[in-house]
Design a protein around this ligand. Sequence first.
Ligand code: G4P
Length: 550
Amino acid sequence: MVTSSSSAPAPDSDATDLAAAVSRRRNFAIISHPDAGKTTLTEKLLLYGGAIQQAGAVKAKGEQRKVTSDWMELEKQRGISITSTVLQFDYAGSTINLLDTPGHQDFSEDTYRTLAAADNAVMLVDAAKGLEPQTRKLFEVCRMRRIPIFTFVNKMDRPGRDPLELIDEIEQELGLACWPVNWPIGSGDRFRGVIDRRSQDLLLFERAERGRQSLERRLAPGDPDRAQRVEAELLEQALEELELVKGAGAALDLEQVHAGELSPVFFGSAMTNFGVRPFLDAFLGLAQPPVARESDQGPVDPLRPEFSGFVFKLQANMDPRHRDRVAFVRVCSGRFEKDMNVRHARSGRTIRLSRPQKLFGQDREVVDDAYPGDVIGLNNPGMFAIGDTLYTGSRVEYEGIPCFSPEIFAWLRNPNPSAFKSFRKGVNELREEGAVQVLYDTDPSKRDPILAAVGQLQLEVVQYRLENEYGVTSRLEPLEFSVARWVSGGWPALESVGRLFNCKTVRDAWDRPVLLFRNDWNLHQLQEDHPQLELHGVAPVVSGVEPIAL
Ligand code: G4P
């Protein structure tokens, strides 16, 4: 049990309200590879919550595209979703916050950062493809934070891989034990539904509406209809397979689930809406409510009576009519109220939060209150940075959000020297906002910044925004690196090993050495040559030090 670093106890009724609000809340993000069906699943989940009225409202193709989670002009042009937003809905007595992560192949650091605000993750896997690269990367971030992972194997209505093989892949490759909550009967054209492992009910899959929708019929163990509707041999095979799954006999250990060591697994089909409601129902029972978070004062319990939270994402110009900046804050403890005066931990200043917003894709409404697990949007007059803590009561500062390993690097050139001031302002502000990482050459005569990103799109967004918001054109010159590593012990450690080959040394915004490699092979070579150098793919969080500006 974690104790809070709170000060004064809240009046009883407030404490009861807070406890009830926290226990009602479930917050999660979906991690998946593009095309696994994240948009489809999100849409079906929102339908259950009554948050949208019709399927297709999240992402419809063509003319009537009404995109709930897209809003930037660039997104419209490219027809993709770059930014993360938060979708909140109520279902079966729970308040659910779905942290939406960008779905495009060229995802960005925002995707990673969103996971810093999530208490649970749903790993969506295409039954025909199994684990894919983006899922693996996002999984690693979940693992770093030990987030509970729920697996949904999607597209069961189509021919897919052997379910035993899929489970094996997850267990072996990710080192994540699996506990199937249901198990598929047949597959593809002969997919008949799933066995609910705990109740032993059959959930039958019956196609309707030209295969786009299904009916879910539930048959209890003694129901005579079972033999009529499912071929005995398919059912038997499914039961045998379920027995074979490692740990099949063991009870589902919630502690292991919440430690991110054991993943409850569900099979279903988002498109035909099969297995989505049972998934949601089971998820709400198994997922963890908002949990205590690490801070400089130790773990902070969500029931700490005073408000606290941290900024996990900044976004400029969400609404082209207002040219504003919004800071997304994950509430971690206490009740947040409109017009509240809060402390900004980094600067020590007090700020009045007068127009907090709840965001639902493009729509915004002013919120009166919010609770742990919720996300609020604050108008950002330029004082918030990623990772900043806001609090009331005794001082607390949450652990920052690390810089994730970039994979794409390019010089950013300014072809117009007379525009240098705007160029510099733009680069500094976009870095502060976390749109991109900025590295510098160790040779002071090479002043141009090196942009470092997780996805190509981040670079395009930076160029686009430099032009649209700062009025400067820029040129990108790609660098042939794909791997970055931070060095434990900084410059002295690096100097102690002498000259390095096949890598370029640059410095980051906190004047730490970063080594850039063309490929993994060069990295491994260096590690073999200098085993004493300790390298990290994720940069340790820096707090209390101002970064170097361009
Ligand atoms: P994403 O957000 O993860 O990128 O995936 P999205 O939901 O857009 O789904 C990708 C494609 O997979 C879509 O097909 C979608 O209809 C299909 N899909 C999602 N879930 C299922 C499922 O359970 N079964 C089957 N058979 N297909 C599924 P599309 O052809 O790109 O679009 P559409 O024409 O179907 O809308």
